[in-house]
Design a protein around this ligand. Sequence first.
Ligand SMILES: *[C@@H]1O[C@H](CO)[C@@H](O)[C@H](O)[C@H]1NC(C)=O
Ligand SMILES: *[C@@H]1O[C@H](CO)[C@@H](O)[C@H](O)[C@H]1NC(C)=O
Ligand SMILES: *[C@@H]1O[C@H](CO)[C@@H](O)[C@H](O)[C@H]1NC(C)=O
Length: 201
Amino acid sequence: MHFTNLLIPALAAVFAGSASAQATPDGFAPAVNTTLDVYYGTTYISPGLLVKKSSVSKLPAIGLTGKNLTGKYLLAMIDIDAPSNNGGPRGTVLHALLTDFTPSGATQNGTALLTTKATGPASYFGPAPPAETPKHPHNYVFLLHEQPANFAVPQAHKQTVQSRFGIDWVKFIVDAKLTEPVAGNYLRVQSGDNTRRWVEW
Ligand SMILES: *[C@@H]1O[C@H](CO)[C@@H](O)[C@H](O)[C@H]1NC(C)=O
Ligand SMILES: *[C@@H]1O[C@H](CO)[C@@H](O)[C@H](O)[C@H]1NC(C)=O
Ligand SMILES: *[C@@H]1O[C@H](CO)[C@@H](O)[C@H](O)[C@H]1NC(C)=O
């Protein structure tokens, strides 16, 4: 009796703590603790949320809570669970690399929103993980960085950004002289999700 009364609040505190501490998947580098607010329409993405493919087909609204934003930011979205076609380790697919985000002045649910007119260097490409047996949900990681003046995709990454396959974000950060991410987040989509936009759920 005593034990359960003491343990439940203690465990709840541990889980609440771990949920808020990390906004990127376990083991992913760079690890980020500040959550990037991501909204697909009215759906708020809490880190790790499993969503339908059909609900994430368009670029989400992004922003930060409780920060005064200035300057320009760039956003990367990376699938870190792309199956290899020869049975090797899973690789990465770049789903977006968008520059020139600036504060829009608008808020959503307390989030100071960022907007961009840029559609590159890599336009938003919605998740579409192929079917696998057994099923394997893919993790799609969002990373927001301050954008250095005169930012350009480094030569060593141009091919990868164009093909979208095999992006190495840790190396990209070094080569493009980025600082640590300002914020991050991730969502998950089940492999083989074939939902269509018109399906109600
Ligand atoms: C994130 O939070 C954890 C736990 O508080 C801490 O150990 C880690 O250094 C933090 N990481 C970053 C990048 O701030
Ligand atoms: C508003 O943001 C909080 C996190 O800051 C989130 O938990 C909540 O689901 C969001 N609500 C809506 C309606 O977007
Ligand atoms: C944002 O800036 C305003 C005006 O300078 C200040 O009053 C406020 O405390 C700042 N908010 C944060 C979260 O830094």
